[in-house]
Design a binder for this molecule. Structure first.
Ligand code: ASP
Length: 392
């Protein structure tokens, strides 16, 4: 490295290393050139400071926007003794697959409404769950499906009840929310509206699976004269599988959705909580997004999903505290079996249920997907986006 000219011996400008004068001239030339560069760089910086009023003043990286997703596949009395390890694995894989679909949308910057719809569509297509194909049968032996969707950003909501032909009821709920001036459509009108808008429809027996037919036949044997609500309609391994999802997207918007076939052997025309905004589904950016599952009549009477949000808004409870107060205290004292999933605007994700199990899962921003079935269950973990199955 040539020394700067100021450090050279005075007078002759001789280099201590004995380099000749010609060299010193070169050095002078180059160092003067460098000074010039320094001056122009400083000038440029001054100019930027003067003109660049909007230039960033700090180079610290902005925190990554948050997003989170929680899903459920129904609450009920599943226990390790009535759900074989093989069946447990089927549910774990199905829930993980659904989480993966939702995660991809959220990680790419997609909306919480899109993520919720994608998760629920996946679960509706899976006959393991009581939604879409594989839904329970009503007292007449037919499938009647309910669904709802709510956007926390603008408070818009859509719901459908008693569908028997629309393949994805959650898409019909979204259609009602976005394209119609209404909040809820039911029965033939809802199916026709969905079909008219281009949603896929199927023959009504396409939804009926052998497993649900069997459960219905068993229920029919015990029904006696007309419909009688069983003492505990949530008891028994086939009586769960409603699906739901709640999400926070990178824009800070919450959404919630729920889809179900309702309750096995339900009265013809019965509508549960799942399509009722405020009971089975609710979302508000100010508080939280909630999706419920359980004995619907109790959830309607207790306005469960909205109650969680109201406890946060008016009593300033935290998300878990609000969810537990509703599910573990208010519902439980009244005999309302079931649970809920919820997420708040900070990305906190919670589950709360008062049955022995609830198919449920969550995925965080880092792609760690966790799925659980029973109370105090060990997580079935998967890293989404990588190929490492962390196993049980
Ligand atoms: N809540 C649903 C209904 O009552 C059923 C369920 O979640 O399992 O229709």
């Amino acid at each position: 490295m040539p020394l700067p000219i100021a450090t050279l011996p005075r007078g002759k400008n001789k280099r201590p290393d004995g380099l000749g004068n010609s060299c010193a001239c070169c050095i002078r030339f180059f160092t003067f050139g460098r000074m010039k560069h320094l001056f122009s760089l400083a000038g440029l910086l001054c100019l930027l400071m003067l003109t660049g009023a909007h230039a960033p003043t700090s180079l610290a990286p902005a925190p990554a926007p948050k997003f989170s997703l929680v899903i459920h596949g129904g609450a009920g009395y599943m226990r390790p003794d009535n759900l074989s390890p093989k069946d447990q694995e089927k549910y774990q894989l199905a829930l993980t697959e659904a989480l993966e679909h939702g995660y991809k949308i959220l990680a790419d910057g997609g909306s919480s409404v899109d993520a919720v719809e994608a998760v629920i569509t996946t679960l509706e297509d899976n006959p393991l769950f009581n939604a879409g194909k594989g839904a329970v049968l009503d007292i007449t032996g037919t499938v009647k499906m309910d669904a709802s969707l709510m956007s926390g950003e603008d408070g818009q909501a859509g719901a459908v009840a008693g569908l028997s032909r629309t393949r994805h009821p959650i898409k019909a709920a979204r259609l009602v929310m976005e394209e119609s001036p209404h909040v809820m459509l039911s029965g033939d009108g809802a199916d026709a509206y969905a079909e008219g808008a281009g949603l896929q429809t199927m023959a009504s027996d396409w939804f009926v699976t052998e497993r649900q037919k069997q459960s219905w036949q068993n229920a029919q044997k015990n029904k006696g004269n007309g419909y009688q609500a069983p003492a505990n309609p949530m008891e028994g391994s086939s009586k769960f599988g409603t699906v739901g999802a709640v999400a926070l997207d990178q824009q800070g918007n919450l959404a919630a959705g729920t889809s179900t076939g309702g309750m096995l052997n339900k009265q013809f025309g019965r509508i549960g909580d799942s399509p009722v905004i405020g009971a089975g589904t609710y979302a508000n950016n100010k508080t939280c997004a909630v999706s419920c599952t359980g004995h619907g009549e109790f959830f309607i009477r207790n306005v469960v999903a909205y109650d969680v949000a109201a406890l946060m808004q008016y009593r300033k409870l935290g998300l878990q505290q609000a969810a537990d107060l509703v599910v573990q205290e208010k519902l439980k004292t009244k005999g309302g079996d079931g649970g809920l999933i919820a997420v708040d605007g900070n990305g906190n994700m919670v589950f709360s249920f008062n049955t022995s199990g609830m198919f449920r899962g969550s995925v965080n921003q880092e792609g760690l997907a966790q799925v659980f079935i029973f109370k105090n269950d060990k997580a079935y973990e998967t890293k989404i986006g990588g190929n490492a199955d962390l196993g049980r």
